[in-house]
Design a binder for this molecule. Structure first.
Ligand SMILES: [Zn+2]
Length: 48
């Protein structure tokens, strides 16, 4: 799912016109995108 970019991140849900808060659930500091979750998020970086 990650390779195909099919995870339901906030930025993808927003593309379906679903009105939501797009902030990252973990760090509340950036828009939740696939590359943010796996590579940029400060919380994920601590976990990895
Ligand atoms: Zn984050």
């Amino acid at each position: 799912m990650v390779i195909l970019n099919r995870l339901l991140t906030w930025d993808r849900l927003l593309a379906f016109a679903i009105s939501i808060d797009t902030c990252c659930f973990f760090c509340m500091d950036s828009i939740e995108r696939l590359d943010h979750i796996f590579f940029e998020c400060s919380f994920s970086r601590k976990v990895w």
